[in-house]
Design a protein around this ligand. Sequence first.
Ligand SMILES: CNc1nc2c(CCNCC3CCCCC3)c3nc(N)[nH]c(=O)c3cc2[nH]1
Length: 373
Amino acid sequence: MTERFSFELKATDGKARTGVINTPRGEIRTPAFMPVGTAATVKAMMPESVRATGADILLGNTYHLMLRPTAERIDRLGGLHKFMNWDRPILTDSGGFQVMSLAGLRKLTEKGVTFKSHIDGSKHELTPERSMEIQKLLGSDIVMCFDECPALPADRDRIAESMRLSMRWAARSKEAFGDRPGHALFGIQQGGLEADFREESAEALKEIGFDGYAVGGLAVGEGQEAMFGCLDHAPDHLPKDKPRYLMGVGKPDDIVGAVARGIDMMDCVLPSRSGRTGQVFTRRGVVNIKNARHADDPRPLDEACSCPACSNYSRAYLHHVYRSNEMISGMLLTWHNLHYFQEIMQGMRDAIGAGTFEDWQAEFHAQRAQGDI
Ligand SMILES: CNc1nc2c(CCNCC3CCCCC3)c3nc(N)[nH]c(=O)c3cc2[nH]1
């Protein structure tokens, strides 16, 4: 059990890296996929099941939890780990991104953001200082700076202005975070798809100094080609000896492409949200379980998968419980998707460690090209 937060790089293969983040609540094997636990739960999953899929860390959300049940109440009840019965690391986002995508009636100023709750319309304010206070009350192990993520497409002036505001907010976040051994504060690089702004943002963050660096401002509708184009240079300006976290990504092939470009950590609602809408990710591509062609199919979703859904149930059963809107449908498909995403991460960690990441990527893409799934 370490009292400090540290990152050990174990091996690299091209720009891809594999390593371990040591935290007082346990280690995080990288590259890491972090399941999203928006309102103190990974939807349809017990925490022990999330762990069984191979997750070392999960995400909590400042925006949702500040509105309901409030960070103060979670603090009074012993913090988010105890509240949701997850004793391993938790990373919390700073709330700004969710305000811009969820809240009503927002007002953005140099100080921060005021907004109306999407739950009951009550008025709230988020500033770098308040976001740090909330994340401290939640007890999260990895805290994200309070930032502003501009919607793309946006012109260069808007992107520069937004990035420079986020850099001022990063300095205020660091100031408010203080010195908290065993807890980490991550800066968030902004700058849209502009290489010069990405470099300016990275330099500003390094000047302030953080325990890890996120690549923000992506996966906001730019498409995979533009995102990869940005990732071909954006991580290069970030410190090599600190973890790099790409926020909000993504589909399996997004994740593989991001790791190949030097990313160590990712989060996405996709596997859990898709699990509830019948979209199943497999090594050969996506299966839509609600399609009538599965009604009589006795085969598992994926013969090569060892998750409970693939080990114990037929496609016909999964089709039936999805169509019947039974709770077990979301449980089994979410479990499968999270298990599959973690299997991809384990495959990449092993391949990078063995120096065979090129071959692993070729096999990953070849399998997906196959026909009927
Ligand atoms: C989906 N695409 C995307 N997500 C981004 C996110 C959110 C990442 N996921 C956080 C979880 C979401 C569900 C609830 C729990 C927290 C971003 N967050 C921040 N702070 N800044 C971004 O530029 C930023 C950019 C992002 N792009």
